[in-house]
Design a binder for this molecule. Sequence first.
Ligand code: ATP
Ligand code: MG
Length: 269
Amino acid sequence: METIKKKITYGSTQTPNNRASYAQKVIAISSGKGGVGKSTVAANFAVGLAQKGLRVGLLDADIYGPSIPRLFGVENERLAWNNDNKMIPSENFGVKLMSVGLTTPQNDTPLVWRSSVAVSALIQFLEDVAWGELDYMIIDMPPGTGDVQLTMAQEIPLFGAILVTTPQMLATDDVSRAIMMFKETHVPILGLVENMSYFIAPDTNAHYDIFGSGGAKHLCENYDVPLLTQIPLTCKMCENSDEGKMAIIFGEIEIQKSYKEMIEKILKK
Ligand SMILES: Nc1ncnc2c1ncn2[C@@H]1O[C@H](COP(=O)(O)OP(=O)(O)OP(=O)(O)O)[C@@H](O)[C@H]1O
Ligand SMILES: [Mg+2]
């Protein structure tokens, strides 16, 4: 008797699979560097698009350090399944969300998985979540240039990547590597976001370049990629993030403006 084997076909970065055909455009928010604000930028960008009336999904691809549930204030929600055996995404600020953080028994349950298991979980999030039709799917990437970045480039035809950096050279060095990775994997780079560009003192409103200045501008010139926006560092932004208050709605006017600038530039592409 002939045995039937299920064939798994992995895409290549030149001809990727399309595991997110329900989304018109898929954009990855990435950086070579950790802690520069990828998740914060991904969350506010997604909410800004939803405020324009677009249908938006946000996939937290950071399996080992999922931040999206807290940023959206849904960290106490737990995964549910619908009658078609699809995972029901959480939703807040008009954005549909899926994160491994919503699937663990408790918020502090660590995931001690080999990367092959992490990658399978992400493929399941692409295929087995009831996303519905989306105009934009935003992917919050983990730091670095590894398995997850490569898998996404192989499994979805990405509309592009947005790279987040701070002005500091320690960050821009890592971001240079991320730029080269996306170039090599045929993912268009939509532009660079310089986060924590300068600090706005809450008492005097004075601006301080605490991480230096000009880092993103220098990268943009070197690699010929556009600078989408420069987002200041503020005390309120930090508090808002912990409380699930989106900066693009509740933040200082400078923060709101810088996000809106980025969104307008992306919508024109
Ligand atoms: N513009 C800003 N002003 C103040 N705090 C900020 C700003 N951007 C990000 N933060 C804070 O910096 C920290 C790191 O941000 P975030 O988690 O978004 O970075 P990340 O690049 O996603 O990190 P990781 O590499 O761990 O995924 C968070 O505590 C966040 O609230
Ligand atoms: Mg993050």
